[in-house]
Write a protein that binds this ligand. Structure first.
Ligand SMILES: [Zn+2]
Length: 285
């Protein structure tokens, strides 16, 4: 029960599987990862895709801008770890020579069938010997990887000199996450479990804040060069997103839609649930 960021002893959290560090506020979950085993409830992939796409694409466009700003001049090779449907590869391929790695065989082959350069398997196992990149991106992936230390070490090895690592992930300082914890404390755990993706094939095992994430990554040979919040809710595609929740009556759907549209300007005041941090590989010695 040692905190992977600061080495303090973690304390019990809001569920039997949840723990927090009282010193740096890093949070972890003892939830097991079972990609390709297809246990857990079936997610309607097509609906999920439509619902998330508009928000994701807007955020991906922002991340490509960060990559262009911080990559070394002329640095064009980009690796997308956990490239899923290939949307980030599509967004980045005008500016970079992209490659995706995707552990979910079904999802990966569908993206490859659309002509995207995707290798099936896990990072860094599927890379060739000596294959290095100017940019490595993890979009909603790093929070799923139990041995994050080894993943970061592999990033160091697979980045060219002056290479950058971009981590896009949920934030424990986010408004919705903190709201879900408040609600869990009074006895309703569903939103909290949903944000951890409990019972899905690949749940979250970490929840970081910008501060403790920077500390963890900086201790492993990187330097934080930029960080930003990305909107967790956008008006674009919201109706499709709400429909994905499943069998919801139409009236309830509209009530939710109007409530969220009104809440979007208010929410801008609070920390967002999505952050992006850009790290530069430190030169050894
Ligand atoms: Zn800690």
């Amino acid at each position: 029960m040692v905190c992977i960021v600061c080495g303090n002893t973690k304390t019990a959290g809001l569920a039997s599987w949840h723990a927090t560090c009282p010193a740096c506020h890093y949070e972890s979950a003892a939830l097991s990862v079972a990609i390709n085993e297809h246990t857990g409830p079936a997610v309607n992939e097509a609906e999920r895709e439509a619902g998330l796409k508009a928000l994701r694409l807007e955020n991906f466009r922002a991340i490509v801008q960060y990559a262009k700003r911080h990559a070394r001049p002329g640095g064009r090779s980009l690796l997308d770890v956990g490239s899923a449907h290939g949307w980030f590869l599509e967004t980045a391929r005008d500016d970079f020579d992209v490659l995706g790695v995707e552990p979910d065989a079904v999802v990966g082959s569908r993206a490859a069938a659309r002509g995207l350069p995707v290798r099936a398997g896990f990072f860094p196992d599927v890379l060739k010997e000596g294959e290095c990149f100017d940019v490595i991106v993890f979009n909603d992936v790093i929070e799923h990887i139990p041995d994050i230390g080894s993943a970061l070490e592999a990033c160091r090895q697979r980045l060219n000199p002056d290479g950058i690592l971009i981590l896009n992930l949920p934030s424990s300082r986010g408004f919705f996450y903190r709201l879900s914890k408040l609600i869990a404390r009074v006895g309703w755990r569903t939103p909290f479990e949903r944000l951890w993706q409990k019972d899905l094939p690949s749940p979250h095992v970490h929840y970081f804040s910008p501060d403790n994430l920077s500390k963890l990554v900086a201790n492993r040979g990187f330097e934080l060069v930029d960080s930003a919040e990305l909107p967790a809710l956008r008006a674009k595609g919201l109706r499709e997103r709400l429909k994905c929740a499943g069998n919801v009556p139409l009236l309830s759907l509209w009530v939710q839609y109007v409530a969220i549209m009104c809440a979007i300007p208010v929410l801008r005041v609070f920390p967002s649930d999505i952050i992006v941090c850009i790290f530069l590989k430190k030169t050894a010695g």
